[in-house]
Design a protein around this ligand. Structure first.
Ligand SMILES: [Zn+2]
Length: 697
């Protein structure tokens, strides 16, 4: 670059210099940087390393941003940090792995200590405790790892992978290769703060809309003017409405109420509900005719903003506008996650690591099985009437307790007067579960018991020099049976946490593939709580009822999850859609999924009830977790029932965080699937089916 600077003034020189600096600052050309870095590295290390160089440089260049440095700085960085020598590469990996364990593990400790006064029974909660608990010291960790260029060293040197590769090639990978995949996997996304902020804002707005969507049921009238619901009943959609509907099984007048609730739910999905009756006890509403009048009775104080103005105008698609806002925010994230450029891919390929097609086909398999129709007719027999669409929430598969609650309370209170008494008994509990004495001692040494404010929880460590915490609630007169039952469940979590961190080969692989797995493992412990008190095992009937309940719940929420995913597919296919178009599409999709799933079990009746779940707004694409959890639980339980529980528990936990299908393959010999749940349901039908007919619950 040549410039005739002799005749220009000092001020002009400064202006020119400034322009040069300003132009240089954002001067990062991704394609040029990639090309130049590859050329320089091949020159340095030789042509036979080209494939590795191309992969590492591309991975790093994809995530590099202008603020990380210029094209030249990128090339220099790559030349310094791409490692070819095998010994140096091993050390680089080991140093990164240990450093990440320490970083993450100390953040886990810090988070636990910041929540200490909220979580542990330590006297009155003070206002500052909420601020301490809400503070997340790790909030900027990922940004900092990129800004410090540590992330780029990982991206330059270790291969990232797609879910498809992890599933297809994973069985042949070494443990080290898996650990590398997890180490580099955390840097597969670098979402700009503004996009992250947009998602938080849109989901918070949807959550606020859902959290304040209350209905006053005493003000719902039947066409003959009767008020079927009691005074003061205020319920949130959909959770409160659904639970009220479930509570009316078994009562003579229940059916009328259930039909009315289901009708209102459908009105919400179709947005035919008058917006003036939401959150408003000053108006009466007859859902069947749509008539809205000033309330003839007053039963509760009206919330701020409620007006005694009867307006029959329908809700103006607010529900769907909120969902569209979330979709538009997610679209801002899409470009910064090249491996999962849609919200659906991020939810299934990155978070769950189970491809959406597999999830869809597993849920559809529940309905394709002959047991679906058999369970439906068992429910009809128990109800003594043909099924109606809201019977997707049938709540009658409840086992009766085999021991009296008071009898059990007395036992556990005597045995565990304090949390310390429970802690002292952990080695014995573990030995009784079948763990070898030295294993039981090792586990107990890594588990600390604290008195809990809430029902109880288990907090795992993130580094090997920390401990796992079991929080349990113990009353002044000792631990009641419910508390004990929860404590045994939490102990299952703690044992999983210790095995999958302290006794595993690579801390990058610590943990299990997801929540459903750790819950299923905790349940294996919880199920044995009576035996651990020296009482007899639960009888077969309660196991059968649990299978029937899990099957029907999986069908219900599996169908809801199919609607959730299909609505997101539709939004991506129609990115410019308006709220009214999204409403029409959702109503159509809910109807179509219904026709494919429940309609054949319910004499062809039509319904859009599957569109009512609030999760669709407040927790986008979350719903599939629930039915997957049931499937995974039955697979693991079936495996543990026929095995040396303690030995198998340790072995499956030590697999670490593989992808779910491979983890399950290693644990039970097959991928995640519905078969064990279907088989347990078939056994339950065989045991309970004929005797139950005509039960008329
Ligand atoms: Zn749990």
């Amino acid at each position: 670059m040549s410039r005739s600077g002799s005749r220009i003034t000092a001020a002009a020189t400064l202006a020119v210099l400034w322009a040069v600096v300003a132009a240089a600052a954002p001067e990062f050309d991704r394609a040029a940087a990639r090309q130049a870095a590859i050329a320089r590295l091949v020159e340095l290390h030789g042509a036979d390393t080209r494939p590795r160089i191309e992969l590492g440089v591309t991975q790093a260049a994809d995530m590099w941003r202008p603020e990380d440095g210029s094209t030249q700085e990128f090339v220099d960085f790559a030349a310094t940090h791409l490692v070819v020598d095998a010994r140096t590469l091993d050390d680089t990996f080991a140093h990164l792995e240990r450093s990440m364990e320490m970083l993450d593990g100390h953040f886990v400790s810090m988070g636990r200590e910041l929540r200490h006064f909220m979580d542990v029974e330590t006297g009155p909660v003070r206002p500052v405790d909420r601020l301490l608990a809400a503070y997340d010291p790790a909030a900027h960790l990922l940004d900092d790892l990129f800004a410090s260029r540590i992330a780029f060293v990982a991206l330059l040197n270790f291969p990232a992978s797609t879910l498809e590769q992890r599933n297809a090639d994973g069985p042949q990978w070494s443990r080290r290769r898996w650990a590398e995949a997890r180490l580099v996997g955390r840097f597969a996304q670098r979402v700009p703060a503004a996009a992250q902020q947009a998602v938080s804002a849109a989901t918070a707005a949807a959550d606020a809309y859902i959290s304040d969507y209350n209905l006053y049921l005493h003000h719902w009238l039947l066409p003959d003017g009767r008020r079927p619901f009691t005074a003061g009943l205020r319920l949130i959609s959909h959770w409160g409405l659904r639970d009220e509907l479930k509570a009316h099984y078994g009562s003579a007048e229940g059916l009328e109420k259930q039909r009315l609730i289901a009708r209102v739910m459908e009105d919400i999905v179709r947005q035919e509900i008058p917006s003036s009756v939401v959150n408003n006890p000053l108006l009466d509403w007859t859902p069947e005719t749509g008539k809205v009048t000033v309330a003839a009775v007053q039963d509760v104080e009206a919330p701020a903003g409620a007006e005694a103005q009867p307006k029959p105008a329908r809700e103006p698609d607010t529900r769907y506008r909120k969902l569209l806002d979330i979709f538009h925010a997610m679209q801002q994230v899409d470009p910064s996650v090249p491996q999962a450029p849609t919200a659906i891919a991020r939810s299934f390929d990155m978070e769950r690591e189970i491809p959406v097609e597999r999830v869809r086909s597993m849920f559809e398999a529940l309905f394709a099985s002959p047991v679906a129709a058999q369970v439906a007719s068992l429910i009809e027999n128990r109800l003594g009437r043909p099924l109606e669409p809201f019977d997707i929430w049938y709540a009658g598969f409840k086992p009766r307790a085999e021991y009296g609650e008071a009898e059990l309370d007395a036992m556990t209170k005597k045995r565990y007067p304090t949390p310390a008494a429970f802690a002292a008994d952990i080695p014995r509990i573990l030995r009784d579960l079948g763990f070898a004495p030295d294993t039981a001692t090792m586990l107990a040494a890594h588990i600390v018991v604290d008195p809990s404010r809430g029902a109880g929880h288990a907090l795992g460590a993130g580094r090997r020099d920390d401990v796992s915490h079991l929080r349990t609630r113990v009353g002044a007169d000792g631990m009641d049976y419910k508390g004990y039952n929860i404590a045994v469940h939490e102990l299952g979590h703690n044992v999983e946490q210790v095995f999958s961190l302290n006794t595993i080969d690579h801390t990058s692989l610590q943990g299990v593939p997801g929540n459903a797995f750790t819950e299923a493992l905790a349940f294996v412990f919880q199920q044995r709580d009576l035996e651990l008190l020296g009482l007899a095992k639960q009888g077969g009937e309660s196991e059968h009822l649990r299978a029937l309940e899990a099957f029907w719940a999986s069908c219900e929420i599996g169908a809801v999850a199919l609607v959730d995913v299909a609505v997101w597919d539709w939004m991506y296919a129609h990115p410019g859609a308006r709220a009214d178009e999204l409403r029409a599409a959702t109503v159509r999709i809910a109807g179509e999924v219904w026709d494919r799933t429940f309609a054949p079990l319910m004499h062809g009746k039509k319904s859009v009830l599957l569109g009512i779940y609030s999760h669709m707004l407040a927790y986008p694409l979350y719903l599939a977790h629930y039915p997957l959890g049931h499937l995974i639980a039955f697979q693991l339980e079936e495996h543990f029932a026929g095995a040396n529980m303690a030995r198998e528990f340790e072995r499956v936990c030590q697999q670490g965080r593989l992808v779910p299908d491979l983890w399950m393959q290693g644990a039970v010999g097959s991928k995640i699937g519905p078969e064990p749940l279907l088989q347990a349901t078939a056994r339950a039908l065989q045991a309970l089916g004929p005797q139950e007919t005509g039960g008329g619950r």
